[in-house]
Design a protein around this ligand. Structure first.
Ligand code: CA
Length: 221
């Protein structure tokens, strides 16, 4: 199930959005201001964000810029009040994927969110992270130009990590994404693959930190 983060300070609208998306089969996190949105983002990785611009503690655009500066490519749809074209332009330049002006039609909102999520599933051909280059098509990772000779699982795990730098990823999620099935109860596969990968990353400037009971974080050293 996909998770959406809705950031909106008009309570009725926020509630309507939540009900609508839940009815459409999404898990919805809601935030009435930037502080609440940041709290959600510290512990969750929503699949897309629906972001109001004018919020009581700042501009949605500030949050968007923060995300992009940290390298997060979570799709963001901006909701903006009618008559503020400058916000739209600034928003798209700051890395928003789409926008909609209020008042909006729910069917259009849903279609736009679906389109963003489809776009997000397209995997890039190459991912560059500092001294690392992941060639997604060849399944090859170069560290300062030299092939790291990763196994298929190590590569899949590193790709997932590199797209979620700085975020905690649970062992369950890692297993599902890398092995393509639910995590078996007694599996050490995530732990051992992550630790082999950590050793191979020693010279890369990045590491994989295990958080007891929480998951794993890929971060620069
Ligand atoms: Ca607002």
């Amino acid at each position: 199930m996909k998770t959406l983060l809705c950031v909106e300070d008009e309570r009725d609208l926020l509630q309507n959005n939540r009900r609508f998306f839940e009815k459409s089969g999404y898990t919805v996190l809601s935030a009435e201001n930037l502080a609440q949105a940041r709290e959600h983002l510290a512990t969750n990785s929503p699949d897309a964000i629906i972001l109001d611009i004018m919020l009581p503690d700042g501009l949605g655009l500030d949050l968007l810029k923060e995300l992009r500066e940290k390298g997060h490519d979570t799709p963001v749809l901006l909701l903006t009040a009618w008559g503020r074209p400058q916000n739209i332009a600034a928003g798209l330049r700051a890395g928003a994927n789409d926008y909609l002006t209020k008042p909006f039609d729910y069917d259009v909102l849903l279609a736009r969110v679906e389109a963003m999520l489809r776009g997000a599933e397209q995997i890039p051909e190459k991912v560059a992270k500092g001294s690392l280059t992941l060639n997604v098509i060849a399944g090859q990772t170069l560290l300062k130009g030299a092939d790291m000779l990763l196994t298929q699982k190590e590569f899949a795990m590193l790709l997932l990590f590199s797209q979620n730098e700085g975020r905690t990823i649970s062992a369950e999620y890692l297993y599902e994404k890398v092995w393509g099935q639910p995590l078996p109860d007694d599996s050490q596969a995530v732990k051992s693959t992550a630790s082999r990968l950590r050793k191979k990353l020693a010279e890369s400037g990045y590491t994989i930190r295990a958080e007891r009971g929480e998951g794993y974080i890929f971060e620069s050293e």
